[in-house]
Design a protein around this ligand. Structure first.
Ligand SMILES: [Zn+2]
Length: 296
C-alpha cells in the first residue's frame, strides 16, 4: 500500500469514527429581548441571528435584501406577529413550519390594547408581550418545543437550558414585584403604549401615553390631555424612551414639577445575548421605582 493510500484510508476511518456534527439550526429572532431568550435556549448548540439590532424600531422597519435572504434560508424565524413586525408577513407567507409567531401561541394569552386607561387608538392585539416575565416563560417553552422538533438531536440541551431559564425568569418576576409593590398605586405617563402587560402583571397605574406608535408624533389633543394630568396633580412622573426626542415629554410639564424617567422596551443600550432580557426588565423596574418612588 502506498503511503498516500494509507493516509487516505486513515482519513476515511477518522471521518467514519467521528459522528458527523450537524450544523446548528439557523434561527432568526426579530428584536433583542426575543433574541436573548432564544439565545439562552440555544446555549451550547448555536446562536440565533438578531434581525433588528440597536435602535431599529420594529414599528417602522424595512427589510434589506440580505435580511430577505437570511429569512428565506432560516430553519426557524421567531417573531412577535403581524401587529409588530408587519415587514415579515410577506416573506413568511406560506412558511408555517419555519416560523414561530408568538401572538398565535395560546399560552401567551395576547390581549387587546387598552390596559393603559387611554382609548381612541383602535383595537388590535397589543404586541408587547415580551415585557411580561411570566409571558416570557411561555415564550421560552414555545421556543424550546419548536427547536426540539426541528433539531431532535439537541432536544435534551434545549430542554435543560429552558428549565434553567424558567427558574431565572421566575426569580426575576419575584424581584420586580418586590421592587414595584411600594409604588404600584402611583399613576404615570408612558412614552408609547408598550407597558400594558407589564402594568397588569405588577398592578401599576398607567394614566396615559403620547402615542400608540412611537414613530408618530402625538397630536395636540393628546398633549393637552397629558398636560392636564400633570397640572391637576394626578401624575408627577412621565417616561421618555431612548430612541425618541425627550422634549415631547418635558413639554407637558409646563411649570409643574414632573419627574422624567426613561423606559426602554427593546434594550437598545444593552449588549445582545442571553443576559439582555433580565438586564432590560430589571432596568425598567428600577426606572419605574425611581421615578414613582420620590413623587410624594
Ligand atoms: Zn412598541
Amino acid at each position: 500500500m502506498r503511503l498516500s493510500s494509507i493516509c487516505a484510508a486513515i482519513a476515511v476511518m477518522a471521518i467514519a469514527a467521528t459522528p458527523a456534527k450537524a450544523d446548528p439550526p439557523r434561527v432568526v429572532a426579530t428584536i433583542a429581548p426575543l433574541h436573548s431568550l432564544v439565545a439562552s435556549v440555544m446555549a451550547g448548540v448555536g446562536e440565533p441571528y438578531l434581525l433588528l439590532p440597536g435602535p431599529l424600531s420594529p414599528h417602522d422597519f424595512a427589510l434589506a435584501p440580505s435580511d430577505v435572504r437570511r429569512i428565506a434560508g432560516a430553519d426557524l424565524v421567531v417573531w412577535i406577529g403581524a401587529p409588530l413586525e408587519s415587514f415579515l408577513v410577506k416573506p413568511l407567507d406560506g412558511a408555517a413550519e419555519r416560523q414561530l409567531a408568538l401572538l398565535d401561541v395560546p399560552a401567551l394569552d395576547a390581549l387587546p390594547f387598552g390596559a393603559s386607561g387611554q382609548d381612541g387608538d383602535g383595537a388590535g392585539l397589543d404586541p408587547h408581550i415580551w415585557l411580561d416575565p411570566v409571558r416570557a416563560i411561555a415564550i421560552v417553552t414555545a421556543v424550546q418545543e419548536r427547536l426540539s422538533q426541528i433539531d431532535p438531536d439537541n432536544a435534551a440541551t434545549y430542554r435543560a437550558n429552558a428549565a434553567a431559564l424558567v427558574v431565572r425568569l421566575t426569580r426575576l418576576d419575584e424581584a420586580i414585584r418586590a421592587r414595584l409593590q411600594p409604588v404600584a398605586s402611583e399613576p404615570f405617563i408612558a412614552f408609547h403604549d408598550a407597558y400594558g402587560y407589564f402594568s397588569r402583571r405588577y398592578g401599576l397605574q398607567p394614566a396615559g401615553y403620547f402615542a400608540s406608535d412611537p414613530q408618530r408624533r402625538p397630536g395636540a389633543r393628546t398633549i393637552a390631555r397629558l398636560a392636564a394630568l400633570v397640572r391637576d396633580g394626578t401624575v408627577s412622573c412621565a417616561f421618555a424612551e431612548p430612541q425618541f426626542d425627550a422634549r415631547i415629554v418635558t413639554a407637558i410639564a409646563a411649570d409643574r414639577p414632573l419627574r422624567i424617567g426613561r423606559l426602554d422596551p427593546l434594550g437598545i443600550d444593552i449588549e445582545p445575548g442571553p443576559a439582555l432580557y433580565e438586564t432590560l426588565l430589571m432596568g425598567n423596574a428600577e426606572a419605574i421605582a425611581g421615578c414613582l418612588g420620590d413623587t410624594r
